[in-house]
Write a protein of this length. Structure first.
Ligand SMILES: Cc1cc2nc3c(=O)[nH]c(=O)nc-3n(C[C@H](O)[C@H](O)[C@H](O)COP(=O)(O)OP(=O)(O)OC[C@H]3O[C@@H](n4cnc5c(N)ncnc54)[C@H](O)[C@@H]3O)c2cc1C
Length: 489
């Protein structure tokens, strides 16, 4: 019997574990180590953050689902990896620390034949003083990155809307809270949902709404922007995005590194080296992401974290990490199998893998401050990677070590993103965008780096319905309800 341990029960890990359990059957064991007792459909946190959904609408208990799937579930967080074992065992193991199941604080060493690291991001609020806070409930700014954060954001939003009703004008600041954030799409959705709710409440003239982002131009989205077909024309994401902001009367600041947050005020540095301040009554700023801080040790107990993980804490995989100038970046730098190059029984999927470099053009202010978005690894690519890696591990277990590894390069896959711009069956809106490939390939698609036949965008009510349907569909799939396997990632 072989044992596959999956770290993380999010989009990539849950996909990997559930498919692997199905493909391996009872002959082998699949273990999931994840610190939360609930699964969260993160994209719908946006609607929790404006009071349009509850925490309960976007989460469900993992234990019964894993029991049904025959998966061993450990409510714990992984702390360190010993891929070669240690002085007493040759077997690879991961050290975990329980967070629930009546064993909180207890440690355990879980041996594995194969490991999939799908631990996602550490929400690195600490990178910017005053941003969010350690207990997750926002010191000066709020967040929508978890269901609890989003619930808190909704309460804070209600408070400022009450003030508007009493005639007090309110200032809202939404965007990214550091020069090296990713996930601009989530902040983009949130600002439009907030604007929509305020307009629906008849309070739009009482609110000044301001966007702040580390993107060097509107619509970069950490992908260097894109050219997409809109209504038959090829339009840059910059024009598409700027027009959405103009239509809603939302001002924007781009190329900003927020370096400090205080009560009601952020300070920032811009790409031209100048500095500025913005005041706010309500602010949601996305934190930068880092790896979750796993350590790695060799058999002798020496620290080999630098061998297994990149400096940002994400796991090294089969990418080309050779430092090279922007002009020499290639689609082929991006990983295909997500296998760790040193320890072949370990893989990483979703946000947990270390990208070879960013996708957007690297930028620095004259003061040397790096201000550029880091690459997005959104839901669809994360799910696709999780499934491909599970497939590889199952083949390695069933066919032996020479089995062919499955591939899912972000330079060869597309992604669909439906960004809500306001909830409502009749007055809702969403910007639906597809991009192919996620990482531009300028050799294959000279000019824009992407195939414009498969890269398109549209905004309207239909997009909102799709977003709503996806909410139910993905929760249905994650609960492993009948025919879950035929629903695409
Ligand atoms: C507000 C918001 C809205 C978004 N909207 C969209 C959208 O509309 N469309 C889209 O495609 N993408 C969207 N995304 C991005 C999407 O959520 C991510 O791409 C996706 O969740 C990444 O999957 P993952 O499995 O890598 O990480 P996650 O889904 O974050 O899962 C990581 C898991 O690892 C667990 N974990 C953490 N530390 C440890 C540890 N030490 N040991 C074990 N487990 C650990 C976590 O608890 C979690 O369960 C959004 C993101 C945010 C924040």
């Amino acid at each position: 019997m072989a044992r596959l341990v999956v770290l993380g029960g999010g989009v990539a890990g849950h996909t990997a574990a559930t498919f692997a359990a199905d493909w391996l059957g009872k002959e082998h064991e699949v273990v999931v180590v994840t610190p939360n007792s609930k699964w969260n459909w993160i994209p719908s946190n946006i609607w929790v953050g404006v009071g349009g959904m509850t925490k309960e609408d976007v989460t469900f208990d993992l234990a019964p689902v894993y029991e049904k799937a025959g998966i061993t579930y450990k409510q714990a967080k992984a702390v360190s990896l010993n891929p070669e074992g240690n002085g007493t065992t040759d077997k690879s193991f991961v050290t975990i620390e329980y967070t629930g199941q009546g064993k909180a604080g207890q440690s355990e060493e879980v041996t594995f034949d194969y490991l999939i690291n799908a631990t996602g991001p550490k929400l690195n609020f600490a990178a910017t003083p005053g941003l969010g806070d350690a207990n997750g409930l926002g010191e000066f700014t709020v967040s929508v990155c978890t269901a609890d954060h989003a619930d808190h954001a909704a309460h804070e939003l209600t408070k400022i809307m009450d003030k508007m009703r009493k005639g007090e004008r309110q200032k809202i600041l939404i965007g990214t809270g550091h020069g090296m954030c990713t996930c601009q799409g989530a902040a983009f959705e949130y600002i439009f949902n907030v604007e929509h709710e305020i307009r629906k409440a008849g309070l739009r003239d009482m609110a000044d709404i301001q966007w702040i982002s580390n993107e060097s131009f509107m619509g970069d989205f950490g992908m260097g922007g894109l050219h997409m077909k809109v209504g038959g024309y090829v339009v840059s994401s910059r024009i598409f995005t700027e027009s959405l902001f103009a239509e809603r009367g939302v001002n924007y600041i781009t190329g900003a590194h927020v370096n400090k947050v205080e009560k009601g005020k952020v300070t920032y540095e811009l790409l031209d080296g100048t500095t500025g301040e913005e005041t706010f009554d309500f602010s949601m700023l996305i934190p930068p992401f880092a790896g979750v801080g796993l350590k790695a040790y060799n058999k002798a107990g020496e620290d080999i974290t630098d061998t297994v993980f990149a400096p940002n804490g994400f796991m090294k995989v089969d990418a080309d990490y050779t430092p090279k100038p922007y002009a020499e970046w290639k689609a082929s730098d991006w990983p295909r199998t997500y296998q760790n190059p040193t320890f072949k029984n370990m893989f990483a999927a979703g946000i947990a893998f270390a990208p070879p470099h960013i996708i957007s053009k690297p930028m620095k202010s004259p003061n040397g401050t790096v201000i550029n978005p880091t690459p997005p690894r959104t839901g669809m690519p994360s799910g696709i990677m999780g499934k491909a890696v599970a497939h590889s591990v199952c083949d390695l277990i069933k066919k032996g070590p020479s089995a062919h590894l499955h591939e899912a390069s972000m330079a060869e896959m597309g992604a669909a993103c439906v960004a809500s711009a306001g909830k409502g069956w009749l007055d809702g809106q969403a910007a639906a965008m597809t991009v192919y490939p996620v990482v531009p390939d300028f050799e294959k698609y000279p000019g824009t780096g992407r195939d414009t036949d498969y890269t398109f965008g549209e905004i309207g009510l239909a997009g909102h319905w799709i977003k709503h349907i996806l909410h139910y569909l993905f929760i249905y799939k994650a609960k492993l309800k009948p025919f879950w396997k035929v629903i695409p990632e």
